[in-house]
Design a protein around this ligand. Sequence first.
Ligand code: SAH
Ligand code: SF4
Length: 365
Amino acid sequence: MSNPIPEMPLHSLTMEELEESLRSLGQPSYRAKQIMEWAYQREKRVESWEAMKNLPVTLRSSLADLHPIRLPEVVTVSGSKDTTQKLLLRLHDGELIETVLIPASPALYGEESDRRTLCVSSQVGCAYGCKFCASGLDGWKRHLSSDEIVSQVLLAEKISGERINNLVFMGMGEPMANYKNWLQAVSILNAPWGVGLGARKMTVSTSGLVPRIRDLADQPLQIRLAISLHGASDEVRSQIMPVNQKYPVGELMEACDYYGERKKQMITFEYILIEGVNDAPSEARLLAERARGLRAKINLIPYNTVEGLPWKRPSEAVQEEFLSILRDRGIAATIRREKGHDIDAACGQLRRRVSAELESPASLR
Ligand code: SAH
Ligand code: SF4
């Protein structure tokens, strides 16, 4: 790119940071409130400084230089309004990411639910190289900046015309490896002047970066924690998740215990069932023990096929047996029957590419 990348785009700023910036321009701090209203209030959400009509023109142009607005471009929208929708976004440097909107699902959440969940990406690619996951297949490219994380929510609400009331950081990348930008984005998404989404409505998933789990435990935000466990013993987990060599299961469990204690929360273990790898009854029994010690609940996820990877999901009978071993031991466990499989938008299927069937222009409603 010929232009240097601007440091502080508008959507990466907190109210205090914007006030500080305005002060340095000799402007009153109430301007910050006006600007955040233009940026985040649902009836406004403007996408240019020119549109902020109550700001002096000269101020608008200084701010446009200091804090550009750079929402990603929506390349494609796949799926339909009442099913899982996947947005392919092009970032300012041409990199591609995906964000997935999952509408309410009685099958998942019981009853009629108005839950609209967005699955948010945190990096371009992923460095952790879990053996079963599409996101890590092409390696790690870069972190997302905080405005790139925030923008996914703004664009998903714009495209769907609906308010998102649940966020899961389970898209491409490892949020905990991009901790600083990710946490800044969370505070903007959470702030009353920002997107205004309760921290309890956000879940961060991690492959188990122990020091960051502890850092987050010490933050006041009541964000929920999900661990990509996928193996209850070091033997099984290390085979499929290289991160386990650095932070083995025992250390991970201690960090989870710390998190649960600090937040007074139940945490979730995600456990993909992969045939012949981690689906043995002995692994289920060990998993139950781990979960009981922590009062964790377990989400079993039948493996979603990834092109180019050899793994398969076990038969339904094996899945059910695994589930009943957990339940017989009093563990809260469910099998997640996922949406979005057919459009490669399910867990672990997100990758940095434009699939052939998606190469039509976005339908912007
Ligand atoms: N890097 C973080 C956040 C991504 S979450 C993490 O790993 O937790 C994506 C979730 O999808 C993780 O739980 C991951 O383990 C799971 N996943 C990856 N590949 C999958 C696949 N092929 N089928 C089902 N789930 C998968
Ligand atoms: Fe990265 Fe998570 Fe995929 Fe592992 S499961 S490669 S940590 S995105």
